[in-house]
Design a protein around this ligand. Structure first.
Ligand SMILES: [Zn+2]
Length: 462
């Protein structure tokens, strides 16, 4: 009995320790207006902000409910409480763009796709700039019947009910989708994917197995899905040149992947496409500075191929062919100065992938396959999963040197990242038995590192 009482006391104490802000959000049937009732108590923030400076355009009305005062000034909603709590109502008028035609630009804005609403968090959510470690916003959506929401924050037991904590900065990108869909939970190797098939895509049941296949492939990199939970949005954009013309990772709340797809293409094209494996591979690393894009694009470009080989979606030879072709594109990309962006792009993606390969091979070589790049990423998740970043390449490499008790990463950084225009992979490929004749890769199992090469694409190893 005493124990139970003590436990209850502890529970009350810890419940008290948390500052809880309550947001109740309702939408009208046509999703053209939202009303957010936000109630603050305890430490009331001095003001609320939205991350996008254009957010004030949506504001229709802001009023206090009960004592206190609010004022919109210089893009902030200033709060002047008259007691230890303050509630206000924020009415927003949502004028979404129609995604059809030129969707590439519209995707950054508020848009509608077949009646479903997709909004950047930055345009819509007004919140305190910072949330302390014990401060939480509970965001509860009250929606018309058969309408649901997909949001990038951890979901509470009740549907359409989320918890925003202070781990990711208020201005990191994320999207909220609201519409006639039901987010599906896909369990993949220890992770929950919350998949929202928007714009009528729920009728295409083959979308879920496509996502599951790519996510499961990436889970083979170190034996589990890299996150506990992730928001997945699939948004149909109509006829385009490929099945997945655009996809991106966003990291507000929990990391999320948003796929923009040509829904008219056959599912085989989705399964053959590399984009999903690439985007899921981005979940293997934390948020890395944009100035070090070569590192995050390199990790994703390397593992999109390694993971698919491990999962049997590519043969070992095909995976090395794709890596080799990529390295060639990256190397040749340097020669052309005309398309600066395009050449930079290839150099960045495949130069980074070459660094990933060099690091992986060196780690394996010195540890008899006991260490690998995957092990570094797994240890990073274990040690620092709570630190969302952004990380610099230097900081990450220092951490990896510590994990591996080596200088492999700092040396690679000095010799291959800073001092060369494209990392030197030819010798390593040769030692691995990746032989090239007329552009076609053949695998030589008598090469000195052929066993190591096989370990890289084997499902059971790290
Ligand atoms: Zn990428």
């Amino acid at each position: 009995m005493l124990r139970v009482l003590l436990l209850l006391l502890v529970m009350v104490a810890s419940a008290r320790a948390e500052t809880l802000h309550q947001y109740h959000v309702s939408f009208n049937r046509s999703l053209s207006e939202s009303v957010t009732q936000a109630c603050f108590s305890g430490e009331i923030p001095a003001f609320l902000v939205a991350a996008d400076f254009k957010a004030h355009r949506l504001l229709q009305d802001i009023r206090v409910e009960g004592p206190g005062r609010v004022e919109l000034k210089h893009g902030r909603i200033n709060l002047y409480p008259a007691s230890d709590s303050l509630c206000l109502s924020i009415v927003q008028s949502l004028k979404p763009l129609n995604l059809r035609g030129n969707w590439r630009n519209k995707r950054r804005d508020l848009f509608k796709v077949k009646g479903d609403l997709v909004m950047p968090v930055a345009l819509w959510l007004w919140r305190p700039v910072r949330l302390a470690a014990d401060e939480v916003i509970e965001l509860r959506f009250e929606l018309p019947q058969a309408i649901n929401v997909s949001a990038p924050w951890p979901q509470l037991a009740q549907r359409n009910h989320f918890r925003i904590n202070g781990k990711t900065p208020y201005n990191w990108s994320g999207r909220i989708a609201i519409g006639a869909f039901t987010p599906k939970r896909l369990r993949v190797a220890g992770g929950d994917l919350w998949v929202a098939l928007t714009g009528g895509l729920e009728r295409r049941r083959s979308m879920l197995p496509w996502l599951e296949q790519a996510a499961s492939a990436v889970a083979t990199v170190y034996g589990r899905f890299p996150l506990d939970s992730a928001q997945i949005l699939v948004i149909p954009v109509g006829p385009d040149k490929e099945a997945v013309p655009w996809a991106e990772v966003q990291r507000q709340g929990q990391p999320a992947i948003h796929f923009f797809v040509d829904q008219q293409r056959p599912i085989q094209e989705f399964r053959r496409d590399w984009t999903a494996a690439h985007e899921f591979s981005h979940l293997l690393h934390p948020y890395i500075l944009r100035s070090d894009a070569w590192l995050y694009e390199g990790i994703a470009s390397y593992y999109q191929n390694i993971a698919r080989a491990r999962a049997g979606m590519l043969s070992e030879r095909q995976a090395w062919q794709k890596l080799y072709d990529g390295f060639e594109r990256g190397r040749k990309g340097l020669a052309s100065e005309m398309l600066q962006d395009a050449s930079g792009y290839m150099q960045m993606y495949w130069g980074g992938a070459a660094i990933a390969l060099l690091a992986d091979v060196q780690l394996r070589q010195r540890s008899d396959n006991q260490q690998s790049l995957a092990l570094m990423l797994q240890q990073l998740r274990q040690c620092c999963g709570d630190n969302p970043g952004p990380w610099s390449a230097r900081h990450l490499f220092r951490q990896f040197d510590q994990f591996s008790d080596s200088r492999i990463f700092s040396r690679l950084y000095r010799d291959q990242v800073i001092n060369r225009r494209f990392p030197q992979v030819a010798r390593v490929l040769n030692q691995l038995g990746v032989k090239v004749r007329g552009g076609r890769v053949e695998l030589d199992n008598r090469a000195p590192l052929a066993g190591l090469r096989r370990a890289i694409t084997q499902k059971t190893s790290l």
